[in-house]
Ligand binder design. Structure first.
Ligand SMILES: [Zn+2]
Length: 77
């Protein structure tokens, strides 16, 4: 059973009410019988499709300057 969020336009209270799909949405506040509006999209079910990967195939520079190899010279005493 889906849960709907309502906000009362009279008293400003928010409440949620689970209703059948076939059932008419609530129109009056459960507190003050005032007029309510249905809040859409706040009751969950929001899916963030994350396209969160970036192309990381940038080429590393091939020219890695070879550091002149240090010859381990034996020190003459
Ligand atoms: Zn109310």
């Amino acid at each position: 059973m889906p849960t709907y969020d309502f906000k009362c336009l009279e008293c400003g209270k928010q409440f949620e009410r689970s209703q059948k799909m076939s059932e008419e949405p609530l129109r009056v506040c459960i507190y003050c019988k005032g007029k309510v509006e249905r809040l859409i999209g706040t009751g969950g079910g929001i899916i963030f499709k994350g396209s969160g990967f970036y192309a990381t195939d940038y080429k590393k520079p091939d020219k890695t300057p070879k550091a002149s190899e240090k010859k381990s010279e034996k020190k003459k005493e």
